[in-house]
Design a protein around this ligand. Structure first.
Ligand code: COA
Length: 378
């Protein structure tokens, strides 16, 4: 028995003030169901990924909100693991199929962020950090700025290396009609953009976004041109950054990636295309190293030399990543699986990676306390 992605559905990401949580969930879920060619009544379980709804709107109990939209009555679960909620929900859905209790599972991530002030959302996001960090007045841009400064000091990563991540991902976003930002930018534009938390400026940051993404996972004997999930791994680390041995790596990513490569029986060199968690430019640089795509300390140069741009040896974040496609936190991990699915099926249009057969999705929560890594193959 294999677990395959048999249907996908995604909304545009961005400031979607005219769409509610329910509109977004319905749009993504109904498209995924249609594409999968199953009936809603054949869904055995729903896993709904979300981080902020309870905090910002007071609305919890989202799993049942999704089943009521679809007029079905199967078990439904709400999954929260900060920005890794989508990756963790996918892992649980995968395990539920492996348990033999479910054949078809809907995994959906939905987030509405732009109806609130940035201060309200930033404060909600800090629920994914430690109490010490909240009391110190830190925000996620601040936490990742600490990591960036340490990486620059230790490995001579430069401000231009950081900027190159944003330039590449905006270029990829310009080829994705669902992306929040479809404008190309230059290194100078990144360097001149308003400071957020030194060394990070506006264009080093993922934005506040609304959006939803849904997939149908199914137990199949023959995959019939649907990508198969050949590895699903989650690992964790301390919630607070100060408690870690190193802040120039994300240990949870390294552990999840090693487990995933082992499950799939492959090495980092076998990956043709990957979506990685670039909530801030430094996060993509560190991910290159932790996922084993380049030696430790070389992530900045690896991206700056063009290896990870479309047409390079290992295209990364062809969707535009969190940086340009947007980061509706609960939906992000599922959007990554959808982008890899499209790439493996040859349906990524202007951003298609030629002959992609093996793809990886890497989703992290907070400053790296949770990491989920999935490998898909066709
Ligand atoms: N990249 C590019 N442009 C951005 C942007 C981003 N990340 N965020 C906002 N913009 C644009 C807006 O579209 C707007 O453009 P306009 O004037 O042409 O309409 C302009 O910049 C100002 O937007 P605004 O929402 O007022 O920005 P802000 O200064 O209040 O917030 C950030 C910018 C970067 C501080 C905010 O998006 C942020 O906190 N991002 C991080 C989110 C986060 O922590 N996520 C969790 C990760 S672990």
């Amino acid at each position: 028995m294999k677990v395959a992605v048999i249907g996908t559905g995604i909304t545009k990401f961005g400031e979607l003030w005219d769409k509610s949580f329910y509109d977004l969930a319905e749009e993504a879920a109904s498209h995924a169901i249609l594409e999968s060619k199953i009936e809603p009544g054949q869904i055995d379980a729903v896993f709904c990924a979300n981080m902020l709804s309870g905090n910002l709107t007071g609305q919890n109990h989202l799993g049942a909100q999704v089943t009521s939209i679809l007029k079905i009555h199967c078990p439904a679960y709400t999954i929260e693991a900060a920005c890794a909620s989508g990756g963790v929900a996918t892992n649980l859905a995968y395990l539920s199929i492996l348990s033999g209790k479910a054949k078809n599972v809907l995994v959906i991530g939905v987030e509405k962020m732009t109806d609130f002030t940035n201060a309200e959302v930033a404060s909600g996001l800090m629920g994914a950090a430690s109490e010490d960090e909240r009391q110190a007045g830190l925000t996620f841009p601040g936490l990742y700025a600490l990591m960036a400064n340490a990486h620059m000091q230790k490995f001579k990563t430069t401000r231009r290396d950081l900027a190159n991540v944003a330039v590449k991902n905006h270029y990829h976003g310009s080829l994705n009609e669902n992306a929040q930002f479809q404008n190309r930018i230059t290194i100078e534009k990144v360097l001149e953009s308003p400071p957020v938390a030194t060394p990070l400026t506006l264009f080093d940051c993922s934005p506040m976004s609304d959006g939803a993404a849904a997939i149908i996972l199914s137990a199949v004997e023959n995959t019939n041109n649907s990508p198969q999930i050949t590895a699903s791994a989650v690992a964790t680390d301390t919630v607070g950054l100060a408690k870690r041995k190193s802040i120039t790596e994300i240990l949870a990513t390294k552990i999840a990636a090693q487990n995933a490569y082992k499950q799939a029986g492959i090495t980092p060199a076998d990956i043709n295309v990957a979506e990685v968690h670039d909530c801030f430019t430094i996060a993509e640089i560190i991910a290159m190293e932790d996922l084993g795509f380049c030696p430790k300390g070389r992530g900045g140069k690896y991206i700056s030399n063009g290896s990870t741009k479309l047409g390079g040896s290992k295209p990364i974040n062809t969707s535009g990543g969190l940086k340009a496609c947007g980061h509706p936190v609960g939906a992000t991990g599922i959007k990554q699986i959808i982008e890899i699915t499209k790439q493996l099926k040859g349906e990524a249009e202007k951003r298609q990676v030629k002959s992609a057969k093996i793809g990886l999705a890497h989703n992290i929560g907070g400053s790296g306390a949770t990491a989920a890594v999935h490998i898909l193959q066709i």
